[in-house]
Design a protein around this ligand. Structure first.
Ligand code: NAD
Ligand code: TYD
Length: 346
C-alpha cells in the first residue's frame, strides 16, 4: 500500500525511547491502516535496535532528526503531510536535569515550539503533547486524601519538570492564540519493556542481576504512582482520536508505591538478598509523592488501566530476563554504534 492510501499518518517523535517505542508497536498492531513515522534524534536515551522488529514494516518509517532543527522538521512534515503529531521526544531523567539543565530547556521547550510551528505551517495539524504529572510538583506523605487533578496549579521542583511545564504552557498558548488543535496528557511513572536502565525499576533489575548495590535515594520513602506502559499508550490513542482540543488529561492508575517497596519486590522476585540495598544521598529537591486522579479521562473517554501492578511488574522483570542483550548493550555503550553500523552508509 502506498502512503496516499493510508487512512492516517502520524508523526511520533522520540519513538526510539521507552514509551514512544511501546506506542509505535501498539499503534502498528491496533491500526494496521495507519502510517507511523518516527522522528528521533537518537540521543543516549534513543536505541534504534528497539525498533528493529518494525523497520521493515511498510507502514513504518524512521527518520533520524532533532525536533529543535526547524529545517529538518519542516522537510519531514512536507514529505509526510501528517494528520497527527504525537510528541514524546524529550530529555527525561531528573538526575541529569539537575546536573545539566540546558539541554532540557532546549529539547523540551524549544523542540515543542518547533513542532507546533510546523503543525501551523502545514495545515493546522492535530498535535498531542506527552507530558508528566511532575508538572504538579509533589504531594505530602501525610495527606493520602490528596491527588493531582487537571485543575491543580503547576508547581515544579526540578529543571526536568519545569521544562515540561514550560512546554505545556506553550501548547495551551498555541491553542488559545492560534487555534492549534492540541491536547496534553500528564501521566504518572511508567514501567515495562524497553525502559532505559538509568530509571529506578530497570536499574534495580540490572544491578540485582549483577549482584551490584541497589542505590536507594534518602530513606526510600518517596512514593510514585506506577502505570504499565501499554496502559499509557492506550490512553494516548484514545486522546488523539476522541480528546477535546485544548484539554489536559491526567493518566494514572491509583497504584502508589514507596521506592523501597519496589526495590524489595524486585529482590524477592529475582531471589536476591535485600542486603544489596544501599541507602545513598538523596536527590536534590526530591519530590515526595505523586498520585494521579484519573477521573476525567475515565469519565470523558472511558479509559481505565488494565494491567495490575503485581502482574505488570512480573511481566517486566521477565522481559528483562528474556532480553538481557537489549539492556546489556546499553550498559556497555555498544548500542550507540547501532545506527552507524546498520544505517550509517545507507
Ligand atoms: P526516553 O528518555 O526513554 O526517550 C526519549 C526519546 O526522545 C529518545 O528516543 C531520544 O532519542 C529522543 N529525543 C531526545 N531529544 C530529542 C530531540 N531533540 N529530537 C528528537 N528526539 C529526541 O523517554 P520516555 O520515558 O519514553 O518518555 C517519553 C515522554 O513521556 C517524555 O516526553 C516524558 O516527559 C514523558 N513521560 C514519561 C514518563 C515515564 O515514566 N517515563 C511518565 C510521564 C511522562
Ligand atoms: P526515576 O525512575 O528517576 O523517575 P522520577 O524521578 O521521574 O520519578 O525515579 C523514581 C524514584 O526512584 C524517585 O523517587 C527517585 C528514586 N530513585 C532511587 O531511589 N534510586 C535510583 O537509582 C533512581 C534512578 C531513582
Amino acid at each position: 500500500m502506498d502512503r496516499e492510501e493510508k487512512e492516517m499518518t502520524i508523526i511520533v517523535t522520540g519513538g526510539a525511547g521507552f514509551i514512544g517505542s511501546n506506542f509505535i508497536f501498539y499503534m502498528l498492531k491496533e491500526y494496521s491502516d495507519y502510517r507511523i513515522v518516527c522522528l528521533d534524534k537518537l540521543t543516549y536515551a534513543g536505541n534504534l535496535s528497539t525498533l528493529e522488529p518494525v523497520m521493515q514494516n511498510e507502514n513504518f518509517r524512521f527518520v533520524k532528526a532533532d525536533i529543535c532543527d526547524r529545517a529538518a522538521v519542516e522537510e519531514i512534515f512536507q514529505e509526510e503531510l501528517p494528520d497527527i503529531v504525537v510528541n514524546f521526544a524529550a530529555e527525561t531523567h531528573v538526575d541529569r536535569s539537575i546536573k545539566e539543565p540546558g539541554v532540557f530547556l532546549q529539547t523540551n521547550i524549544i523542540g515543542t515550539q518547533v513542532l507546533m510551528d510546523a503543525c501551523r505551517k502545514y495545515g493546522n495539524i492535530r498535535y498531542h503533547q506527552v507530558s508528566t504529572d511532575e508538572v504538579y510538583g509533589d504531594l505530602p506523605l501525610d495527606r493520602p486524601d490528596l491527588f493531582f487533578t487537571e485543575k491543580m496549579p503547576i508547581q515544579t521542583s526540578s529543571p526536568y519538570s519545569s521544562s515540561k511545564a514550560g512546554a505545556d504552557l506553550l501548547v495551551l498558548a498555541y491553542y488559545r492564540t492560534y487555534d492549534l488543535p492540541v491536547t496534553i496528557s500528564r501521566c504518572s511513572n511508567n514501567y515495562g519493556p524497553y525502559h532505559f536502565p538509568e530509571k529506578l525499576i530497570p536499574l534495580m533489575i540490572a544491578n540485582a542481576l549483577a549482584d551490584k548495590p541497589l542505590p536507594v535515594y534518602g530513606e526510600g520513602l518517596n512514593v510514585r504512582d506506577w502505570l504499565y506502559v501499554e496502559d499509557h499508550c492506550k490512553a494516548i490513542a484514545l486522546i488523539i482520536h476522541k480528546g477535546k482540543f485544548g484539554e489536559v488529561y491526567n493518566v494514572g492508575g491509583h497504584n502508589e508505591k514507596q521506592n523501597i517497596e519496589i526495590v524489595k519486590m524486585i529482590c524477592k522476585e529475582l531471589g536476591k538478598p535485600e542486603s544489596l540495598i544501599t541507602y545513598v544521598n538523596d536527590r536534590k529537591g526530591h519530590d515526595m509523592r505523586y498520585a494521579i486522579d484519573p477521573a476525567k479521562i475515565h469519565n470523558e473517554l472511558g479509559w481505565l488501566p488494565e494491567t495490575k501492578f503485581e502482574e505488570g511488574i512480573k511481566k517486566t522483570i521477565q522481559w528483562y530476563l528474556d532480553n538481557r542483550e537489549w539492556w546489556q548493550t546499553i550498559i556497555s555503550g555498544e548500542y550507540q554504534d547501532y545506527y552507524e553500523k546498520m544505517y550509517g552508509r545507507r
